[in-house]
Design a protein around this ligand. Structure first.
Ligand code: 5RP
Length: 222
């Protein structure tokens, strides 16, 4: 089974967690694109969605799913998103799609965060396979890159990419993230950092993992 099939399976499997008349936060990426397809099949049962990126907004609009502005809501019932890497504590690296800042906002406001991944995303130590994305204010790009070198990383500027918020992305290679909560806070404190793709302070509540045998459900504290 190829990875895309596994993404599709988990994108549809999460549908049963969506309750009637709720507002759903929607992440970004190829796994989430399958979830959006699935969501369209029950669009009459939900109130609507809040999207984490222009790309997801476009797909949701095309499928006629009602969209809300987060500023008009007190909270979000549930947030569904994928990840680039996830460890045993349900800490994640996200942001390969460049939507990490809005994803972090939706994760923070959601009552429940369900992460949907295929088995290739599971790692023992974050940073083992993927670089760590950081969204930065353009004028601070070099400053942030120098600071990340001090942390042992190898920063690479994602050329030609402007985020939905008008910023740049740095991808940090060769970081082995032993203490994600601590590193998330340290990087957040560098002037010019908009957000870092470590999702540890607000991690997932439930993770669905697809592999060739089916879906494994992991609950926080289980
Ligand atoms: C986008 C993200 C995505 O969740 C992450 O990159 C996974 O993407 P995909 O489902 O395409 O593998 O964080 O900013």
């Amino acid at each position: 089974m190829v990875q895309n099939d596994l993404k599709k399976i988990v994108g549809w499997a999460v549908l049963k967690y969506i309750q009637s008349r709720t507002i759903v936060g929607v992440g970004t990426g190829s796994t989430v694109a399958y979830f959006i397809e699935a969501l369209a099949s029950i669009k009459k049962n939900i109130k609507g969605v809040v999207a984490s990126s222009d790309v997801s907004s476009l797909q949701l609009k095309k499928l006629g799913i009602p969209m809300f502005n987060l500023n008009n809501l007190d909270s979000l019932d549930i947030y569904i998103d994928s990840a680039d890497e996830i460890d045993n504590h349900m800490y994640m690296i996200k942001g390969a799609g460049g939507a990490l800042t809005r994803e972090k906002i939706l994760a923070a406001v959601a009552k429940k965060f369900i992460c949907i991944v295929d088995v290739t995303k599971q790692v023992n130590i974050l940073g083992s396979r993927c670089p760590l994305p950081i969204e930065v204010i353009p004028m601070a790009r070099s400053l942030v890159a120098r600071e990340l070198v001090r942390f042992g990383g190898v920063p690479k500027y994602r050329h030609g990419v402007i985020t939905d918020n008008g910023n740049n992305i740095l991808d940090i290679y060769k970081l082995k993230i032993i203490n994600p909560i601590d590193l998330e806070e340290k990087i957040n404190n560098i002037p010019g950092v908009v957000s870092v793709g470590i999702f540890a302070r607000r991690c997932a509540d439930v993770v669905l993992v697809s592999d060739k045998k089916g879906i494994k459900v992991i609950n926080a504290n289980s």
